[in-house]
Design a protein around this ligand. Structure first.
Ligand SMILES: Nc1ncnc2c1ncn2[C@@H]1O[C@H](COP(=O)(O)OP(=O)(O)OP(=O)(O)O)[C@@H](O)[C@H]1O
Length: 247
């Protein structure tokens, strides 16, 4: 089947004063891919995905999602179009239950998107929340306070908060940071199952995870794309080894 472009960027730049955090990035992501973005600290990975989800706006260049220029749209409009994200910094409310955290994520996007999910009645909303919790394996912990979850489970809760928005594109920023080996193995399985319905873009430092889950890898360095290819191609790429692996 021919690949269909879901998201692309054209000459995308974001400068902070004199610093070119993202510097003329041309990027393309096909529907159904699991794409990893890797690169050394400060390469511009988080800035790049923040531009895609609208947390920050570009200095220049454009972002196209499903054929539509979304460069100037605020984040909540992009959520409405199907772009969901979880970031390194946790967005969980510890004193609320697991269920309520997911409910809040859905309600927030409903509210901010001007009622795009307005058609969801209470039963539908509950179903959607439980589906998301079931997907990450937290359904039996729905009434537990989020602060009582282990760190690994809190990260899964964040993924559930993204999944409950039924995204076409789910962006995960360092999702396995701080997880145990067993939790990381579970996470890899989870990403593969999410990818049955959605496109996944993840920033990941754990190379074992990258090699296992990503169909393709984009390597960033100094705000630009250094290389792109399959895990095998990237592993054998000398420029990547030099810049990223320091060998
Ligand atoms: N809001 C900001 N203001 C000023 N500089 C910033 C800002 N955000 C990021 N930067 C700078 O932009 C560059 C790219 O940062 P970014 O966080 O995107 O890199 P990264 O590849 O995600 O790094 P890491 O792997 O350490 O998370 C860094 O030099 C960083 O200090």
């Amino acid at each position: 089947m021919a690949a269909v472009t879901l998201l692309s960027t054209d000459g995308l730049c974001r400068h902070f004063g004199g610093l070119r955090a993202v510097d003329g990035v041309d990027f393309s992501l096909n529907r159904g891919e699991v794409r990893a973005i890797i690169g050394p600290n400060g390469a511009g990975k988080t800035t790049f995905v923040s531009l895609i989800c609208g947390r920050i706006l570009p200095s220049s260049g454009s972002i196209t999602f499903e054929g539509r220029n979304i460069s100037a749209l605020p984040a909540h409009r992009r959520v409405e179009l199907g772009i969901a994200y979880t970031f390194q910094i946790t967005s969980i409310f510890g004193n609320l239950s697991v269920f309520d955290n997911v409910a809040l994520a859905v309600q927030n996007s409903m509210h901010r998107a001007g009622g795009s999910f307005f058609w969801l009645d209470e039963a539908q909303m509950r179903r959607r929340i439980f589906e998301a919790l079931d997907h990450v394996g937290l359904d039996d912990r729905h009434d537990v306070k989020a602060s009582a979850l282990s760190y690994g489970h809190q990260r899964l809760l964040e993924v559930a908060m993204g999944l409950a928005l039924s995204p076409k594109l789910l962006i995960l920023d360092e999702p396995t940071q701080g997880l145990s080996d067993a939790e990381i193995a579970g996470f890899c399985k989870l990403v593969r199952s999410i990818a049955e319905d959605a496109t996944v873009l993840l920033i990941e430092h754990n190379m074992d995870v990258v090699m296992e889950v990503a169909g393709r890898i984009t390597v960033m360095n100094n705000g630009t794309i250094l290389s792109e290819g399959t895990p095998a191609e990237i592993r054998d790429d000398e420029a990547v080894q030099h810049a990223y692996l320091g060998t």
